[in-house]
Each structure stands twice: as C-alpha cells, then as structure tokens.
Design a protein around this ligand. Structure first.
Ligand SMILES: [Fe+2]
Length: 116
C-alpha cells in the first residue's frame, strides 16, 4: 500500500480544526478572543490567563506550558469555580520558545507561542 498517495497533511494544515490559535481559529473563529491565553513574563515568572467565563457547564479546564524542543514545564487544572489564571516558574536564565495551551471543555485546545 502506497501511503504517500493518501495526501497526509503536514505542518499547520494537519492541525487546522484540531489545534486552535489566534491566527487559525478554524470553525471556532468567533470565539478566539475568549480562548486564546494571555501570557506575560516578569523575571522568571510566566503568568497565564484566559479571558473566559467560568460556569459549571462551560469552563477552562487547564493551562499547560511547554518549552523549546517539547520540554514540559508545568500544567494547572481548573474546576469551574476557579479563575482561569496560572503562574509558572521558568528555569533560571531560560530564553527560547514558550508554548502555552488553554483547554475549554466545549471549545477545544488553544495555543499561544512566544519567545522569551
Ligand atoms: Fe469555551
């Protein structure tokens, strides 16, 4: 069987409507503002928040932080009674890529990537 003929996608095309970003909100286009995490850095502290309401039926489930080369840093899970905000400590002197995810129980998996 020639798998090459199946047209398997690559790069961002393979992630459309699976992983959502500000630039590629896919079928959740009207919801991007509520789901893309806000990220700021002060010293070695990374602060993440998602501007999303928290109700029992609809809430932000978690934030995850991954560094360069897929190095897992931290994850925080939320109940609907929490505020969707988290703080994470970067390794001392770290500079490089930081990928933050915010997951909604109804609207999937949103990603923001930055360089610090
Ligand atoms: Fe949502």
């Amino acid at each position: 069987m020639n798998q090459g003929a199946m047209g398997v996608g690559s790069g961002m095309d393979a992630e459309l409507n699976i992983v959502f970003t500000e630039e590629n909100p896919g079928h959740w286009q009207s919801l991007a503002q509520l789901h893309v995490p806000n990220v700021s850095v002060s010293g070695n502290q990374l602060s993440v928040s998602t501007p999303h309401p928290m109700t029992e039926a609809h809430y932000i489930v978690s934030h995850t932080v991954v560094l360069e080369n897929g190095q897992f840093l931290d994850r925080k899970t939320f109940s609907w009674k929490d505020q969707p905000a988290s703080k994470h400590i970067l390794p001392a002197g770290y500079s490089g890529k930081v990928t933050v995810t915010s997951t909604c129980n109804l609207h999937d998996f949103w990603v923001k990537t930055m360089t610090v």
